[in-house]
Design a protein around this ligand. Sequence first.
Ligand code: C2E
Ligand code: CA
Ligand code: CA
Length: 614
Amino acid sequence: MPGLSGDRSSESIGDERVAATARVAPGLCPACAEPHSGAAADTAGLQQALHASETRFRAAFTDAGIGMALVDSEDRVIEANPALAEMLGRTVPELKRLHIHELMEVEDHARHAYQRLVRGEQDRMRLEKRLIHRLGHAVWTNITISLIRGADGLPLYTLAMVEDVSEARRLGDRLHYQAMHDPLTRLPNRSLFFERLAGAFAEADRRVGLCYLDLDGFAAVNDTLGHHVGDELLVAVADRLERRFSGRGHLVARMGGDEFAVLVPHSAGEVELSALAAEIVEILGVPYDLAGQRVVATASVGVVERPVPGTTPTELVKDADATLCWAKSDGRARWAVYDPERIAHQMTRQVLATTMRPALERGEFMVEYQPLVDLQGGGADLLGVEALVRWRHPQFGRLGPDRFIGIAEETGAIVPLGRWVLETACRQAREWLDRFPEAQLFVSVNLAARQFRDSDVVADVAEVLGATRLPARLLQLELTESAVMGPAGRPVEGLHALAAMGVRIAIDDFGTGYSNLAYLSRLPVDVLKLAGSFMEGFREAATGTEAADEQIVAALVRLAHALGLTVTAEGVESELQADRLRATGCDTAQGWHFGRATAAAEIDRLLAKGRATL
Ligand code: C2E
Ligand code: CA
Ligand code: CA
């Protein structure tokens, strides 16, 4: 067939095509698919007519920049152009011997659409198809297939126009890859993580698991070793995680910063997930060799494992993140499993933290007073009281200070609260002094470290004493050792000023901290309050070695006395403990044995009994 492509096989192409024409619909040109004037004539005439009338179409077909093929009703390529041949790494004659199944996989839906086309139910179809290059690789194409009908309107051939979109697709793939991966570690990023997580949630009858982790002290690595080492560490961490876990069907993703996630889309249960978390902690804890230096890093992991129904992807991640925080606050380099009770507790904390200040204004706090008694006088005389704050919470009921003092210290609410307790206790003590002057009852008020840091305690105390007209000697302030020492290891400013005012300073919970007696004695400290834990050894009657507890306390008391301090024991719960304690020489005591913290009116009754003896 002259004019088709000029290659040696032109003739046979023409022959075949004619043969096909004859078979499919005699008298029609297979290329332009129109009946030609000589269609009804003999073969020679037909050939001539074809040749004459096809020229224009053939030129367009051959020279087209887009791949083209004619396919017969039996899916055989009966004509193809050089552009298509080049696209597929073949020659035109080669292509023309092929069945389209040798060039592509035909899935059912495409086959059905194609069959509809061939049956004439449809004139055109488009599809995106992966064709197979002679060398085996894929060529991504957009194919438009048009049905070519004969004069009688019956389907004859299909004409496929094939556009190579591999390059565009590769670019699209690259853009998609970039949008879904972290450039530093090449791990899937947050977006891909959430896409896969949504996929896991698409099946209702499965369990999913998530290990959410971050590196402990990563900021310090960045700061001390530089950002390039920090980056290398992240890459090394990603590498360890990926090598260990992605082969198991888990997704390892970098969530941002030094946070990573290992998603288990088909979880077998919590046991599998906690084992996974333990493995993460272990493999990430092995030292790293980065840029010639050995870097030690650890990771903390939060684990959530649950069935898909009843939870959402965002909830899963939020809970895993919260659980990670527990692992961190529990001491790092460890994993923690999500615990709904702990979350509830945390929520309560949150509520308490935000409602504390308005609650103080609404008058929800109250102060109770616990007796401090003389141990050595023989009668357990009431010498003073410790002011202990309580919260009458409208929702949670009566809350002890252990529930909210820590929170108040964190939020700073301890400053107004502590001032309110101080004022309330001092006003009360002044009232007792007015009504029971012989008792000379003192009040002992707890001060938190933050009150020294964030407010002028000295000024507050002076002001309160002035306003309530309470003599300074009837006020005792309790500070823990760590509060006295302050964050810089230096005694807090103001201690001397308070002592100079005539206020007594007591060291609270002595024995639980540094317990540096010699040092404390150089500060203006008057009283040591032995922590309740000392009383534990005093529970049973002393037999043999248990007398050692007594000897320790006795030695401590002697030393304190030598240094000019008096000693108060806390947590005395029984007669036996009181007796053994008295034997150590301890001066004063406090505990349920003598009296629990109680309303001011109860203290009134004790004082009214005259001798103030319990
Ligand atoms: P703390 O200063 O060591 O107070 C003594 C705690 O021991 C009180 O608990 C008291 O009720 C309890 N206690 C007394 N006798 C016994 C006993 O015989 N056995 C036992 N097991 N416990 C006894 P509470 O009232 O719950 O106070 C807890 C802590 O809250 C206090 O410990 C104190 O550190 C803090 N706190 C209380 N009120 C205030 C305050 O106004 N300001 C500050 N900053 N802290 C306060
Ligand atoms: Ca105390
Ligand atoms: Ca105490």
